[in-house]
Design a protein around this ligand. Sequence first.
Ligand code: SF4
Length: 211
Amino acid sequence: MLASRGCTEYCTYCPHRLLGTYRARSVSNIVDEVEQLCGYVSRPHITFRDPLFTRTRDRVLELCDEIAARGLRFTFDIETRLDQLDLKLLDKLAPAGLKAIGFGVETADGATLKSVGRRATPEAHQREIINHAGKLNVTSVAFYVLGFLEDDWNSIAATIDYAIDLKTRFAQFKLLTPYPGTPLFKQLEPLIAEKDWEKFDSFTPTFSTRI
Ligand code: SF4
């Protein structure tokens, strides 16, 4: 399901911002659809594909209240930024059915994050949210990106070490990919060697790096 579309952040490599600004469905409209799905199958699991599910805290709280008010029994997973989660919000989402959160950490290097327009989340906050999610039995899935222009073997090893140390249940590593339309694509255009768009899948190298 999609409860919202787009994102209000400005990471230069991200394709989620390309098709318009952030816009969200109303709480009642979302819960109507959930209710419909719960009518088709008992206790469905729903993946919310919003890039920034918890963008508006009050709206998420309202959503949890509406799920409880209608007595809907289902589980779900979301994707968001760790700095848009807090302990109380997790405490509310877990009983509503939250089973997993996906979030970008991307790299352990703050300067690299800055170079791609990504706001860093303080390490203490990352650890606090991941630990609390674990206590609530909510699976944490961290996303990482390898192959930033600033990367070398040492920075990549540092990111992998950081991923191990964060102790999320899962860690997913992808290659930096300059998707057409993104600011990153413009920046890297002279370095892009791959011409087959099918290979812009985040797992195939598409441009030359200095490594
Ligand atoms: S926060 Fe996530 S969804 Fe938003 S622009 Fe950055 S990478 Fe894209």
